[in-house]
Design a protein around this ligand. Structure first.
Ligand SMILES: [Zn+2]
Ligand SMILES: [Zn+2]
Length: 350
């Protein structure tokens, strides 16, 4: 397996002191069935902020953040048959636990009941190298930039998976609450899936403007008192077939649920500790509403997205707001936290 250096630079987060520092650490070695990937780029995600702010405690006391990455295979462990050094790959953000009921039956990453999440349960990719099971990799064609492949691993694949979760059909009306990384990509993905009309909602004018450019038919300010009425008008009084909440706040979820039409489905994609309140139970029952939580994606979704980008069906080039050197990880985190330049994704390049 040779070829790996002994040490590398990696961002390290200390859960106790909340310090994020870039340090020199040993390069991981690939175990049986594992691959070491030379990281080309890794995104900074809102869920990274959740961890850095102390709302979510990582499993390891000191951990390397970053779960949205692509790169090239640097070394493979024993029993890795399908990958070789130099292969260009995007890395799924989770790995199977290997011991739950589903894993015992061979279900792997798509079925695992206790999926381990990169950067929360094991070291992530704000580093020069990352180690991951070979089953978490999807090949990336030569002409797709690895920066673009990196954002597929969460910011695009998680909303793409949500289309499956709600079973979106062509010509269904959709509302998308929250136009950050998840919601902006949902606008693009519902557009290429044939949804109609697409209504995108965000308090930030710049985010709404961007959504119009990416395929939204209507954009609304959720804080505007006239918004519920506008939603009814746009759908000719029927309400939405599908709503996606990418905010996670009780207020946006309640507004999204109220905007649903008969047999409307609401997918909760954003996350927060807020309590769910859905109004009168009988309205929910009468409307035959479905509310469903959505997290993550299947490996096949990542395969689909590489295909769509490679064939030019999906353009994620505009999703890369900035690429910073790994040494500036803390500045990248600050940019996302302060919404500096309204970023979709800030990437770190080791
Ligand atoms: Zn994420
Ligand atoms: Zn499992």
């Amino acid at each position: 397996m040779g070829g790996l250096p002994a040490t590398m630079r990696a961002a390290r987060f200390d859960a106790e002191t909340k310090a994020l520092t870039v340090e020199t650490v040993p390069v991981p070695a690939p175990g049986r069935g594992e691959v070491v990937v030379r990281v080309a780029a890794c995104g900074i995600c809102h869920s990274d902020l959740t961890q850095l702010d102390g709302h979510f405690t990582p499993r390891l006391p000191v951990i390397t953040p970053g779960h949205e990455t692509a790169g090239t295979v640097a070394a493979v462990g024993d029993e890795v048959d399908f990958w070789a050094p130099g292969d260009r790959v995007v890395v799924a953000a989770g790995r199977p636990c290997g011991s739950c009921r589903e894993c015992r039956h061979g279900g792997g990453i798509d079925a695992c009941e206790r999926l381990e999440i990169m950067a929360f349960d094991y070291d992530g990719a704000w580093a020069e190298y990352v180690v991951t099971p070979a089953t978490t990799l999807v090949g990336v064609p030569e002409h797709v930039p690895l920066e673009q492949a990196a954002v597929l691993a969460d910011a695009v694949s998680t909303p793409y998976g949500a289309l499956d979760t709600v079973g979106l059909r062509v010509a269904e009306s959709v509302g998308i609450w929250g136009l950050g990384g998840l919601g902006t990509h949902l606008v693009q993905l519902t557009r290429i899936s044939g949804a109609s009309p697409i209504v995108a909602l965000d308090p930030l004018p710049a985010a709404r403007e961007r959504a119009l450019g990416l395929g939204a038919d209507f954009v609304l300010d959720p804080l505007d008192d006239a918004t519920p009425e506008r939603l009814a008008e746009i759908t000719d009084g029927h309400g939405l077939d599908v709503a996606f909440d990418c905010v996670g706040r009780a207020s946006s979820i309640a507004q999204a649920d109220r905007a649903l039409g008969h047999r409307g489905r609401l997918a909760l994609v954003g996350m927060s500790p807020d309590k769910l309140t859905l109004g009168a139970e009988m309205n929910f029952v009468r409307g035959r509403h479905t509310v469903v939580g959505h997290l993550g994606y299947r490996m096949s979704h990542l395969v689909d997205l590489v295909e769509l980008v490679a064939r030019g069906r999906l353009d994620v080039s505009g999703s890369i707001s900035a690429v910073l050197p790994l040494e500036e990880a803390a500045d990248g985190v600050r940019r996302l936290r302060e919404h500096e330049g309204n970023p979709i994704r800030v990437l770190l390049k080791p």
